[in-house]
Structure formats: C-alpha cells, structure tokens
Design a binder for this molecule. Structure first.
Ligand code: ZN
Length: 452
C-alpha cells in the first residue's frame, strides 16, 4: 500500500477575526454606499457598482463587456440603457415626479419621451400600489418597448393639473454592452464553488444589495487565506446576465463547478430559506440543510421550482449545475418586496452579519467534506496502540471524539463522505472532520477523489 498523502489542513471559519457587530457595520456601510447607484440590466450604474466593489474589497474582480445584439443561448444581449433625466412637471415647471428624488420613479428600460400630456393620457403610464399608498413600486419593461413612471398612490391621487410636461431623457444604444463581474479564487484543487448574485436593481436594499454585499465580503475574506476548493464569484444582471455567462462557458469549465449558491435576499428580519437544486440531492443541498439544522437557525427548506433567481438558469436541464438558493424570506413574500420600503433601514447590520456567518459555515463544511477509504477494514484497527483510543487529549468531549473515530472508520467505505457520517452518527461535522484528520495521520484512512 502506498503511504497516504498528508491530510489537508482543516481550515477554520473563512473569517474569524472581526466581531460580528464590526462586520455588520462594514456590510451595511457598503450597502448604503451602493444604494443610490442607478443600476439596471445594463449601463453605467452596473459598471459603477462593480468598480466600487473593486476599489473597496475585490481588486481582482474582472469586468466583462458583452456587446448588445450578441446571441446568448436563446436570448440576445439587449441594447444598453442610458438614463440622463426623467420627470413629470406642471406647466409652471414644478417637477412633481423626479427621478433625481428616487431611482424607482422611472420604469426600468423606459423609451425616451418628451411631450405634453393630459392627465388621462399620462395615467396609463403611471404605476402605483393602492394597497400600500405611501410606497413607490419597482417596475421594469426590459423586453417590451414602453415608458412609464412609478409613484406612490398618494402622489397619484394628488395629480389634478390639466396638462403635464413629461420627459424621459434616455437612450437605448444598440452599440452598447452588458456588463458583469467575475472573480476566480483558485484553491488547491480545480473543483469550484460558484457564488452568484444579481446586480441589476436600483435602490433596493434587500433585493438585491444584501446578496451583493454578503458575496463581496465572503470573497474578500476567502481571498486572504488558503482554501482547498476554488471559488468563482459572479455579479451579473438577473436572468440575462447568468444566461450570458453560461453561453460563454465550455463543458469542461462547467464540469469544474461542484457546488453553487445564489446569494440574494440576505437582509430583513425573516428566517433563512434554502431552495434546493433541481434534483434536490446535490452535496450543497445536504450541506446547507445540515448547517442550518446544527446551527440552530430558524429556517425552511424548499424544493426547487423553476421560478426565482438565477438558479433557474444554472439548474436548467441542459446545464443542471448543483446550484441552490440560500436567502432569508423569499421574493414576493414580504410586504417591502420591490417597493421603496426595501431600503437601508429594512436591512439591518446584524442580519447581514448573520447571513455572512451562515455562508461561511456552509463553505467550511464544503471545504472539509471528503470521502475516505478505511485502510484497515478487516476488524477494528487497534486504536490504543496508535495512541488514538482513551488518550484523546485536549478535546472537549473525549467520549464523543472516540465515537467519532469509530464512526469514521466504520463508514469510510468509499460510499459515505464525512457529512454523511456526521448525519448518520448525529455528531457535529467538525468532530468527524477532526477524527478523519487523526485517522489519516495514523495511516488508517486514505482520501478518495471527489465523485463525478
Ligand atoms: Zn427583484
């Protein structure tokens, strides 16, 4: 038998240094800085957002520009939308709806307009929320030529002038491009973890800035320490961005993606929700479920549905990547969703810090989860002779540590990974992971390559 390679170091949590409160403040500061940037599917708002991430946290972030009109899978990269000004004004020149007052006031991807309209002519282009009269809704019209304004019902009810000046100074440039950001953090092995978040919403804090700032902090922390797996972070406009990225991959590059998460809706007071991968039995599905349960986080596990965020694209049957979606309250299930109430007060620093901590715990298990082969499977190896039995020192629970050795030997049959052994034994993953390191150091376990 060959000598087993040295056991891989089991890394501590990806970020352990700063206290949660300090990290929450850092996450929230970035969220507040990004909040006013006028993002959309394309345009300078997206570029400014990515450049700000580069400056603050991620110097290695690569910005990709894909020309408008490029065919991407069954779609086409849209014209680049540039908005310079937008308002509705009275005959006296008073701006009663003003894009400069709130990004949400303009229907995303509005066509240019410069006209005088009666209230009846204007009204079909105004969007409000009668059931939430103080809030401005978030509306877009990416793939149908249209224009419009979003206002509170209170603003709408107050309109009583006969004639309004309507201006949307915008351009849909067919020679523009779509921008997305990508950061690869190479590890000891080529197996990749994909973390994806959407970056196309203007002035909405939970959807989507919370996912963006958590992903950026996660990447920054990983970039400062060694890790076994490789990590690929994507910052893409929703749907068309992930479709564009997927269209530029090769079968070989996609085959490296062993685990993935869409990071979104990570603020707000709600409990965590994990939406499984399409087939529902990927490693990431087991890992997230285990971390949520063992960590005592209130949470809900849901099966995949073909609606939601970019997991729809990654999990489409042709690609079938093992990508789940780990959020707090899902889209459409909290009253602030897609309204002006999804602001920097709705998302609190501690919520962001807890979300980041959860992601780090998930990555920690992914890092440590491997399969092993018991090298002495005929009868129980004599642990005492190797200093492993009854002599486990410096560990909180010696009995638990001994049981972990027995469980790990018993199920290291090439079929079960360490997570499965933790689940089967009811012991914490960290305890099983430590047992595997001890057994490997004693030449009783040999690591196996990841399954295809
Ligand atoms: Zn949204």
């Amino acid at each position: 038998m060959q000598a087993a390679p040295a056991p891989p170091p089991f890394s501590e949590p990806a970020v352990a240094a700063a206290p949660a409160s300090g990290r929450g403040a850092s996450l929230h500061a970035l969220l507040r800085e990004l909040y006013p940037v006028p993002r959309s599917l394309t345009g300078d708002g997206v570029r400014q957002t990515l450049q700000l991430l580069q400056r603050r946290l991620l110097p290695g972030l690569v910005l990709h520009e894909v020309p408008s009109g490029t065919p991407v899978l069954d779609w086409t990269v849209p014209a680049e939308w540039r908005l310079r000004d937008a308002y509705v004004a009275t005959a006296e020149g008073e701006r009663i709806i003003d894009w400069h007052a709130h990004n949400l006031h303009v229907l995303g991807y509005s066509q240019p307009v410069q006209s005088w309209l009666t209230l009846d002519e204007l009204r079909p282009h105004l969007h409000a929320l009668p059931a939430q009269p103080e809030l401005i809704p978030y509306r877009t019209s990416y793939y149908h030529a249209n224009w419009g304004f979003c206002v509170s019902q209170r603003q709408l009810d107050a309109l009583n002038e006969p004639l309004y000046e309507v201006c949307i100074d915008a351009e849909l440039d067919p020679t523009g491009s779509l921008t997305y950001g990508e950061l690869l953090l190479p590890g000891e092995v080529d197996d990749e973890v994909l973390i994806s978040c959407h970056i196309c919403h203007p002035s909405l804090a939970n959807d989507n800035l919370s996912g963006l700032v958590v992903a950026a902090h996660l990447a920054a922390a990983l970039g400062q320490q060694p890790h076994r797996l490789s990590y690929r972070f994507l910052f893409v406009p929703g749907t068309i961005g992930s479709i564009t990225w997927l269209s530029r991959q090769t079968p070989a590059s996609l085959a490296r993606i062993r685990h993935g998460l869409v990071a979104t809706l990570l603020g707000g007071p709600g409990a965590f929700t994990y939406k499984r991968t399409r087939l529902g039995r990927a490693d990431i599905d087991r890992v997230v479920a285990q971390v949520l349960r063992r960590g005592g986080y209130p949470h809900e596990l849901r099966d995949f549905v073909p609606y939601g965020y970019d997991e729809r694209q990654y999990c489409s049957p042709g690609f079938d990547l093992p990508v789940g979606c780990l959020s707090r309250t899902p889209h459409g299930e909290f009253p602030e969703y897609h309204t002006s109430a999804d602001n920097c007060d709705f998302v609190q620093p501690d919520q962001l810090a807890e979300s980041l901590q959860l992601y780090e715990e998930v990555l920690r298990v992914l890092e440590g989860n491997q399969r092993y082969q018991n090298r002495q499977p005929y009868g129980e190896p004599q642990l005492g002779r190797r200093g492993l039995y009854g002599a486990v020192k410096g560990q909180g629970n010696p009995r638990q540590a001994e049981m972990a050795l027995l469980w790990t030997l018993s199920y290291s049959d090439g079929q079960h990974d360490l997570l499965a052994i933790a689940e089967r034994s009811g012991l914490p993953f960290e305890v099983i992971r430590r047992a595997a390191d001890q057994l490997q150091a004693a030449d009783l376990l040999a690591p196996l390559p990841a399954t295809a």
